[in-house]
Design a protein around this ligand. Sequence first.
Ligand SMILES: [Zn+2]
Length: 156
Amino acid sequence: MPHVEFTLSLKLESEANARGLHWRAKHARVKEIRTWAGLMTKQKMQPWMRDPVVVVVTRLAPRLLDDDNIYGSCKAVRDGIADGLGLKSDRQDKISWFAAQEKAARYSVRILIHPRTAICAVCRDKEEHDKWVLVDWRMGLGLCEKCVSYYPKDNP
Ligand SMILES: [Zn+2]
């Protein structure tokens, strides 16, 4: 599967840390992150990125955040990626968003963009995005609603 992956040397604050900043400093920081993510996405633009895509934003940091806080901390990056893809806002249905985090000695953000297409590993159907029970976008393989019923539910 085609994909684009790049890392930004950005420190994504938790919402709690960001609250301690003056609103002007916070605003400037959000704008800086959004602009940087937008420019990098635009630079990596491929023809398939005009079609629906899956975007995985992974926050790398020495300390992990609560699950509730990951999406919030990635907001400015998401807005920037949507800008870079030429979309009006991060609410666009052309993008399926996933946020993840990993422990690392230094702060950074890894961005992975895949086409939002997959083939059922069993029947080879190309189903709509919301029909998947399980999907691995990196492999471009899924398990469709039809085929999942063939799998034994009680046996390990
Ligand atoms: Zn199937």
